[in-house]
Every structure is written in C-alpha cells, then in structure tokens.
Design a protein around this ligand. Structure first.
Ligand SMILES: NC(=O)c1ccc[n+]([C@@H]2O[C@H](COP(=O)([O-])OP(=O)(O)OC[C@H]3O[C@@H](n4cnc5c(N)ncnc54)[C@H](OP(=O)(O)O)[C@@H]3O)[C@@H](O)[C@H]2O)c1
Length: 315
C-alpha cells in the first residue's frame, strides 16, 4: 500500500501549494496543523491531525501511515503567544516522532543563511534545526527560501500595500542589501520533487531575480502604478513607522529582527536559481491584486483557528 505524505500546515501558505501538487499527482496527503479549516478547498481530500507537540505518542501515531514528511512548520517572529524557542522545541519533537514512526524521507524548510551562532532568533533557530535534521539519520532535503511571493504572500504584498497608501517609501539604511524572491508554486514544485529524491541535499530555494531592497520597492511601485520617492531612513526610524502601521493593522508589519536580517544580507546567497517565475512578470500579471489589501500575519494566527494551544501561551 502506498504510504501517505505528511505535510505540515496544508491549509497554510506554502503547505497548501505543496499539498495541492501532491494530490494532483495522485498521492495521499496527511497534514499536521494548528488550523483544521474544514471549509478549505483541500480539506475533504486530506487526513487532518493536530500537531500534538505536547503528546508525542499521538504525534508518532499520526505519522505511522506516512513515508515522507514535508515540514514547513515555523513561526515568523517572537510574540506573546508564540516564539522561536518553542518552535525549535516543537520541531525537535516532530523530528523525533518522525524517526520513531519510521519516516523514510524529510523535506525540511529552512531559510537562506541560517546560523546557529546568529543572535537573530529566526536564523539561530533555523540553524539549530538544520543540524537536527542532518543528525536525525533520516535521508533529507533542506530547502532554503529567501522569501516567497505569489497570491497570499505577506512581505511582497505589504510592500505594495504601503506603496499604494503612502506618499513615499523608506528603506532601512542604504537599502542596498539584497533579496531573492521565489514564487510559491515554484517552491512547492521543488518541495514535491525533493520528496522523491534520495540522499541528503541542501538547496538554496531562490528565484531567478535578485533585487536590492531599494530596487524591490522601486520595481513594485513602478509595476503597480504607484511610483513613490524611495529614500533611506535610519533603521530605528523605519522600525518606528513599521510599529505604527502594525498598531493600526493590529499586526507586526516588520520586526526589528527582520530588519536586521535583511540588512545583514541574509536573504541573499550566491547560488543558481531554483525557481523560474520572475517576480516582475508575476507582478505585472497581478497588478490589480498586489497590495490591494493588507496581509495580516497575526489575524491568520487567531486563537479560534488553533486547536493545538501549545503555541498559544496565556498572557
Ligand atoms: N513565507 C516566506 O516568505 C518565507 C521565507 C523564508 C522562509 N520561509 C519558511 O518557509 C516555511 C513555510 O512558510 P509559510 O509562509 O508557508 O508558513 P505558514 O503557512 O504561515 O506556516 C507553516 C506552518 O507553521 C505553522 N505556524 C506558522 N506560524 C505559526 C504560529 N505563530 N503559531 C503556530 N504555528 C504556526 C502553521 O500552522 P497552521 O498549521 O496552523 O497553519 C503551519 O503549520 C517556514 O518554515 C518559513 O520559515 C518562508
């Protein structure tokens, strides 16, 4: 009997694209998720299980029917309700459960330039987890996207959103640090391809275009018909503006750690592209969509969505 493929967060952003491709190719998909979403278009084709991070035996049982685990699980920033250190602990629990359940291959999603020695919790945690995946003994592919774009993305959409609404656009510092966005469908195709590879691989999951942050803002502004003066601002001032936007939207627009990661050029690597879709072409084809509404990370994480409360600490 063909085993299922476990995809974390199959109703989330990259997870839903990955799950859709697997289903289209005739595979059985099981998801581990905080957000069951019974009305999601894929919901009736997927076996849904809670993460059960606080009940590892249940987690092992959930994974027993699966041969491969595609792991997208992570949190974007530290918040009163969730944080990177808990996400690291939970992912270690997931890896251990995968081993006990007999998972034969892991596709693990990381980020460009993870580093255990980094003071930035995102890159530090991703570095810890890459090591854990390598030490698990389970054949694996580690995928390192810089940033994902496409319908439903957050960063690229919200840059466009800001360009549509503000008279000018500030970049943190000189704005010359780089970013290499990959389209979410290209990324999903890569994850699915790697699910059927053998051996251990680490892939820089970047798209075909590299922008400086300044060029990215200028390019998106031009494409959506909102050309704004783009100027340098001290990072702290930029963060203060981001806080204000976040306060208005009840979200984190961009965190101090994300600004530091950008400015350290962590979303840039010297590597061949793994995706083919050009952000510029996609944006031109989606001018009417891009940045029309604000993409709110925290509203995607409301308590009502979450059956697994292990990440939802009490205030
Ligand atoms: N999006 C990007 O631009 C980008 C850039 C670089 C690297 N990555 C990496 O790509 C992977 C997937 O990213 P994505 O944007 O597709 O993620 P996502 O769909 O928002 O979430 C992926 C998984 O993590 C869980 N999750 C996310 N935030 C959480 C929180 N605050 N509390 C509890 N669970 C949470 C989701 O839970 P549910 O099951 O409840 O949905 C889902 O299972 C991540 O490992 C990320 O680090 C993403």
């Amino acid at each position: 009997m063909n085993k299922s493929i476990a995809v974390t967060g199959a109703f989330g952003y990259s997870g839903s694209h990955i799950a859709r491709l697997l289903l289209e190719a005739g595979h059985k998909v099981l998801t581990l998720t905080n957000s069951p979403k019974p009305t999601h278009p894929l919901a009736n084709q997927i076996v849904v299980r809670p993460f059960n991070f606080d009940d590892p035996k249940q987690l092992v049982e959930s994974l027993r029917s699966c041969g491969t685990l595609i792991n997208t699980y992570w949190v974007r920033f530290d918040h009163k309700a969730f944080d990177h250190s808990t996400a690291v602990k939970n992912t270690l629990t997931l890896l251990s459960a995968a081993k006990q359940a007999g998972i034969e291959r892991i596709v693990h999603v990381s980020i460009t330039n993870p580093e255990e020695g980094s003071p930035l919790p995102y890159f530090h945690g991703k570095g810890q987890l890459e090591r854990a995946v390598r030490e698990s003994g389970i054949p694996h592919s580690i995928l390192r996207p810089a940033v994902l774009f496409g319908d439903g993305d957050i960063l690229i959409n919200n840059i466009a959103w800001a360009l549509r609404r503000l008279p000018c656009f500030g970049v943190f510092g000189d704005g010359n640090y780089k970013i290499q966005p990959i389209h979410v469908s290209d990324f999903a195709a890569l994850a699915v391809r790697e699910a059927f590879e053998a051996g251990n691989r680490t892939i820089e999951a970047i798209g075909p275009e590299t922008f400086t942050y300044r060029e990215l803002a200028e390019t998106i502004g031009r494409i959506i018909g909102c050309k704004r003066p783009v100027f340098s601002v001290p990072p702290l001032l930029g963060y203060a503006v981001a806080r204000t936007i976040g306060w208005i939207q009840q979200d984190e627009f961009v965190t101090r750690e994300e600004i530091a990661g950008l400015m350290q050029n962590r979303l840039f690597v010297e590597a061949p592209p793994a995706g083919t879709t050009r952000l510029t072409e996609w944006a031109k084809a989606n001018t009417n969509l891009l940045g029309r509404t604000y993409a709110n990370e925290l509203s995607r994480r409301t308590c009502s969505d979450h059956k697994d409360r292990s990440m939802m600490a009490v205030d």
